[in-house]
Design a protein around this ligand. Structure first.
Ligand SMILES: [Zn+2]
Length: 152
């Protein structure tokens, strides 16, 4: 019997656990196999709840602005780039915001794909990235709304 098998048996002598496969109560085992279903058992290390907040915040921001980007692509496709008023500076800001919304379409997909890799980086860096994305989201939504409401 291997030492890891031995450790499992010793561990189960004073800890309660059930077989992950069939739920059988594993107490006083003599080998690293479930006596009920025959599954091989191992003693392992698990992770508590991973931090998902920063990733979820980024995903929510990008999905929201990406959705807006999709609508804007349809509008621009139909009517061309919308001209609002005569304020050239406001128009540049507006185009910047529209570009940002469209750019977040692929970014939202990338964010969904790289979840595992993202939650593996240090929590402080995750939060800094999330706050930067939140800032960009609010800034661009603010500019977009400001031009639509006040500069038409
Ligand atoms: Zn079992």
């Amino acid at each position: 019997m291997s030492s890891t098998e031995q450790e499992l048996i010793v561990y189960l002598q004073d800890h309660d656990a059930n077989c992950p496969t069939c739920g059988y109560h594993l107490n006083h085992l003599t080998s690293a196999r479930c006596p009920e279903c025959g599954s091989e058992l191992i003693l392992g290390v698990g992770v508590g709840m991973p931090i998902l907040g920063p990733w979820a915040l980024i995903a929510a921001c990008f999905c929201w602005t990406g959705g807006l980007g999709c609508i804007l692509i349809a509008v621009i496709w139909q009517f061309g780039m919308v001209r609002l008023g005569t304020d050239l500076v406001a128009q540049r800001f507006f185009q910047g915001a529209v570009f940002y919304f469209i750019a977040t379409i692929p970014l939202s997909i990338i964010t969904l794909i790289i979840r595992r890799r993202f939650i593996a980086i240090a929590a402080a860096r995750q939060w800094r990235s999330a706050l930067a994305v939140l800032f960009l989201t609010l800034l661009n939504l603010g500019v977009f709304g400001w031009v639509i409401v006040f500069k038409r």
